[in-house]
Design a protein around this ligand. Structure first.
Ligand SMILES: Cc1ncc(COP(=O)(O)O)c(C=O)c1O
Length: 383
């Protein structure tokens, strides 16, 4: 890994053809494809054309293992704790339907949470389990106390995002994990907005289960997601599906097996989307080459430049309430309609989103200072 070498940001900017067309600041939504990643996917497809699954340099097991290894090192997950799925919702459904709760138990979720961490829990209502939303606090450091106050004797599970998708507020995962450990609460994380953006150590934070999507801060393909299951929680999660790859030695098809794989990979169920895996492995390799620490710092640097510029242009910057940007910038200005502003920005080839009445902007490593300054100038003139 090139963690100490200073990355060549101009080269990284030129790796992303989207920069010739648009200023893409919706990277916490989806991320456009970079050329080096596309080159690897092209190479796989060419090889697949030539030799099918015997493609040189791309073995099914090898690519999967490589993704698990790269993510394991990013998250401090132990071998055997990850499974490739398709999206956060699928991962959350595996968790929600696999756990055992009793009528009268309680699940805590987050106010205005993304649907992928709400809908998978709803089936519990029919089974007499209560679901409550924890209100957002003004500052991340106040959240663990609010959470601890709200958690009651029947609170069995909390499922929270690592970073709020609308406001960009990062949650203090280690402190929340401590409350969960003290109260015997199963601790589930929606990592979609956090993995690759903020420091996450699943062991230090005591996370039991996590699901996240590949196509945000990790620059991966749409339709690929990851499930994390702490080793000591694997047997608490009853798999709702059993498929060809749920069992040990899954390439020996007969006789059928009763046993489950001894790892989280049993939840990958069966034949995976190999082309997406190659894409994801290449995007992780690309970020590793830059160095994840450089990646996170660069995103924060660009986000801060955006926040400073927009503040100077009369915008209220939401993260000023807690004094540090996470990388997702949420701003508003009196008299400016956020939806109209986002439409107008799109007309000027600047891609942002409206969330909770604010304009949300999320830069990534391939954006440039020049782009950020242009966005500030355009937004200063809005309305
Ligand atoms: C907090 C959060 N979770 C999950 C997702 C993605 O959900 P899924 O992977 O189910 O499409 C998003 C996407 O915006 C998100 O912001």
């Amino acid at each position: 890994m090139a963690e100490s070498k200073s990355p060549d940001w101009d080269k990284i900017h030129s790796d992303f053809p989207v920069n010739d067309q648009l200023i893409w600041l919706n990277n916490c939504g989806t991320t456009p494809l970079g050329d080096p990643i596309r080159a690897t996917v092209n190479r796989w497809l060419e090889e697949y054309g030539r030799r099918g699954v015997d493609a040189e340099g791309f073995s099914y097991a090898g690519v999967k293992a490589s993704i698990y290894q790269r993510l394991g090192s990013l998250l401090n997950a132990r071998p055997g704790e990850l499974a490739l799925v398709h999206n956060t919702s699928e991962g959350m459904n595996f968790i929600s339907h696999g756990l055992s709760l009793e009528p009268g138990d309680e699940i805590l979720l987050l106010e205005n949470e993304y649907p992928s961490n709400v809908y998978p829990w709803e089936h519990w209502r029919e089974k007499g389990v209560h679901i409550r939303a924890i209100p957002m606090t003004g500052r991340p450091e106040d959240f663990p106390a609010t959470f601890a106050d709200l958690a009651g004797p029947r609170t069995r599970l909390a499922s929270l995002s690592a970073v709020h998708w609308c406001t960009g507020m990062p949650f203090p995962l280690d402190a929340i994990g401590k409350v969960c450990a003290e109260r015997g609460i199963t601790w589930v994380v929606d990592g979609s907005q956090g993995v690759g953006l903020v420091d996450m150590d699943v062991q230090a934070a005591g996370i039991h289960y996590m699901a996240f999507s590949a196509w945000k801060w990790l620059l991966g393909p749409l339709g690929l997601g990851v499930l994390y299951i702490a080793r000591n929680r694997l047997e608490d999660l009853r798999p709702i599906f059993k498929g060809t790859e749920s069992v040990p030695q899954d390439n020996e098809y007969l006789p059928y097996k009763q046993a489950w794989k001894p790892t989280a990979d049993r939840f990958a169920v069966s034949t995976g989307s190999m082309t997406d895996w190659v894409y994801f492995d290449a995007s992780l390799a690309y970020l590793e080459e830059i160095g994840f620490q450089h990646v996170k710092e660069r995103i924060r640097f660009l986000a801060k430049r955006l926040e400073d510029g927009l503040r100077g242009a009369g915008f209220s910057v939401l993260s000023d309430g807690w004094g540090a940007t996470s990388g997702i910038v949420a701003v508003s200005r009196e008299g400016l309609d956020a939806s109209e502003a986002v439409k107008s920005l799109k007309g000027g080839k600047i891609i942002a989103a409206e969330r909770l009445g604010r304009i949300r902007l999320a830069p990534h490593v391939y954006n440039s200072e020049k782009q950020i300054d242009k966005v500030v100038a355009v937004m200063a003139a809005l309305g």
